[in-house]
Design a protein around this ligand. Sequence first.
Ligand SMILES: Cc1ncc(COP(=O)(O)O)c(C=O)c1O
Length: 443
Amino acid sequence: MSDQDGSSLNKIEQLDKEHVFGTWSYQSEVQPTQIIDSDGVRFTDADGQEFIDFSGQLMCSNLGHSAEHVTEAISDQADETPYVAPNFTTEARARLGEKLAEVTPGNLSKTFFSTSGTEAVEAAIKIAKFYTGKDKIISRYRSYHGATYGSISVTGDPRRLAAEPGIPGAIKAPDPYAYGSTMDPMESLDYIDEMLMLEGDTVAAILVEPIVGSNGILVPPEEYLPRLKEIAHDHGALLICDEVMAGFGRTGEWFGSDVFGVQPDIMTMAKGLTGAYQPLGATIVTPEIAEHFEDNMLTHGHTYAGHPIACAAGLATIETYQEQNLIERASDIGDYLTDQLDDLATAHPSIGDTRGVGLFQGIELSKRSDERVPFGEREDKLAKGGTVVDEVAQTAYEEGAYVANMINTLIIAPPLTITEAEIDEAIDALDYALEVSDAAMED
Ligand SMILES: Cc1ncc(COP(=O)(O)O)c(C=O)c1O
């Protein structure tokens, strides 16, 4: 749609561009697209064009866009008691706490509620420091843990650079990245072991995404996470698993940690916790950690900690996963998706690697088929202008499939309700779009 001034933005998009900051962007490059409707796994723009949501928006719309049980729970809670201060409780908050103790691994049992993944990580960092009395957090370079000062300091990806030097004690380790990496994933554990030894008894926790999300869908070897937990504990440090993106069924298990049979000491959640119907973050801990705060003050809180409407949405979301068997479904339909991605990789020489678990998959591009030469580099994340990976995503979008991309990887994370036919539609759009990267390969 075009306005009289020749702008491709409609009135609402123009208003938005003028008055609202775009996230992680040069504002001159922001081109807001107005969305006017969404239903199932699809959404519709102001021109009436429909798109398959092949990334569940920001890898968070796990239930798709018309989960009635959740919207009813939100509306009922808004009618009954939309808000009370965190020193009161509601049935929604108490029952969601109980539910999280049920679905999270092992004996994780007590939750701090916030309003985002970022805040869930902030709480985890503070809890680990308060509990252990130690100051340092080891995290990894290929990671994203949030936007605020603490969570961006423990983030490894280039978005952290603008906030550096960040909080004291945020130390980075190498990652379990097989494709094109200089270090074997299991060798990287020896490195972390040595880091802990050399830091002395000063590390509160190791913080990892069990399966790395926005930094490229990196799935470690099976023995990696169990061994990482052992290493942490050998050195008196906790293991924090950041499940903000991998959690709530995306992997075909409740949590990424479950894929490896590991119970972390602290776990962070958001996104799929409410299927993105409400902003809600959660940080759950073991009974031992919870016990510590019986007589040591938990010096942390927010006005909206345990917001009734968000908790009602969270409870209804988990009930929906359970009632519709969506976690098992993600595993089954994930196998179908994997097969389709394998076929795409055979057809397109610019696909360097496809990888993932369940409905949490990545397509990494390469300019050469004989070695890894990425189209998008880490520093491109901070540069103006687009990469070939952005062009591929844009072409897929024009063909009707919305696919998020980060640095050099297209991220496939659709609602867990997606059907095989809908996967086929989105794969067709990608098949067309990948011609762009095929044509841009080096000879
Ligand atoms: C693993 C992980 N942790 C934390 C965050 C931050 O969550 P939020 O954007 O809800 O603050 C994200 C967001 O993508 C994430 O993927």
